[in-house]
Ligand binder design. Structure first.
Ligand SMILES: Cc1cc2nc3c(=O)[nH]c(=O)nc-3n(C[C@H](O)[C@H](O)[C@H](O)COP(=O)(O)OP(=O)(O)OC[C@H]3O[C@@H](n4cnc5c(N)ncnc54)[C@H](O)[C@@H]3O)c2cc1C
Length: 303
């Protein structure tokens, strides 16, 4: 109920204005967002690298409504790849297709994605296309497959809450696509997604096993200790090396667990978002954990 309300509020412009102009919520968002500038994201990535972890930099933004805004996002991603190279960071890049104009035209968006992936290849790097709400899933899978057929430096994300995910994984693996597996962060109806956590988790474990057995290098993105333990058990039982997959977690979430996995010899990548357009990302992080909202309310109404 609370999750659903927060995800609904993440679409409200009025609420966005209030949250983004309030000092308290801005400070709280800093727990999940590295800052508003690329310099701050680079500093966060450097800190991760120094702690033995890789990073994925994400320039925040989604659902742009003009081609100029989409081109601005494309330019930001080209710049990120340049900075990663000059700073010699162990990092790749994550982006959202609606930030690169998917709502405007698939062809236009694909052109921008291709130019970003070409820059990734020039630096022997990699672009991960995040997965957004289910209205975009089909277009995202198709676009990634088309780009992947021309250029291997692209991968995408699959969400275990969607019924269709097993089929999408088979489809993407046929293209040799690298996949990040997550549970899914958007508000979805029971027509397309499991409503109960127990089913989402069971599907996560099933899909994790398919990915790990596929022979390709994938990302297991979760902070759930049970999903992580299941992954470690499965890899050990199938003699899959710790170097053949990576765990991925979000900036500011379960840093204790991130460090423990590094200590135990696993590869860990931290997803580092930055930029001014942090409101919807922040709302999804609140929705994932009711305790985050309690913390926010306590601080907002503190005398
Ligand atoms: C690297 C990465 C990339 C992602 N990319 C996408 C994407 O492209 N598309 C998409 O739909 N979703 C994405 N997600 C979000 C994902 O779908 C989940 O919403 C999110 O990871 C929470 O699920 P969980 O697996 O951590 O398990 P949960 O069962 O939700 O959480 C397990 C435990 O993790 C901790 N935790 C989880 N979330 C938070 C939080 N926000 N604040 C504090 N503690 C928390 C809590 O201790 C919780 O008990 C991504 C997640 C990660 C880690």
């Amino acid at each position: 109920m609370l999750r659903s309300t927060l995800l609904k509020l993440s679409e409200s412009k009025g609420f966005a204005n209030w949250v983004t102009s309030n000092g308290m919520t801005r400070r709280m968002a800093h727990r999940f967002v590295a800052g508003e500038t690329l310099d701050e994201a680079v500093a966060a990535a450097r800190a991760c690298n120094n702690a033995g972890m890789m990073a994925s930099l994400d320039y925040l933004g989604e659902n742009v409504s003009t081609t100029a805004d989409a081109q601005h996002s494309r330019d930001a991603y080209l710049e990120i790849f340049e900075r990663i190279a000059t700073e010699k960071l162990h990092a790749n890049v994550s982006c959202k297709l609606t930030q690169l104009g998917l709502d405007l035209s698939v062809e236009f968006c694909e052109g921008l994605v291709l130019s970003v992936v070409e820059r990734a290849v020039a630096h022997e790097n990699f672009l991960r296309v995040d997965m957004e709400g289910s209205v975009y899933t089909q277009r995202t899978v198709e676009l990634v497959k088309r780009v992947r057929a021309r250029n291997p430096a692209i991968g995408t994300v699959i969400q275990s809450y969607l019924y269709r995910s097993e089929t999408d994984i088979a489809d993407l693996l046929a293209y040799g696509c690298r996949i990040r597996l997550c549970k899914g962060a958007y508000k979805e109806s029971e027509d397309v997604a499991y409503a109960n956590k127990i089913d989402v988790d069971a599907n996560y474990v099933r899909l994790m096993q398919v990915l790990l057995s596929s022979g390709f290098y994938h990302g297991i993105a979760t902070h759930d200790p049970r999903m992580i333990a299941a992954t470690i058990r499965y890899a050990a039982s199938k003699l899959i090396s710790k170097d053949d997959f990576e765990f991925q977690m979000l900036y500011g979430v379960r840093t204790d667990l991130q460090r423990r996995l590094v200590h135990d010899g696993f590869r860990v990548r931290v997803y580092i978002p930055y930029g001014r357009d942090w409101f919807p990302y922040f709302m999804r992080r609140l929705a994932e954990r009711p305790a985050n909202v309690g913390f926010l309310l306590r601080n907002l109404f503190r005398p």
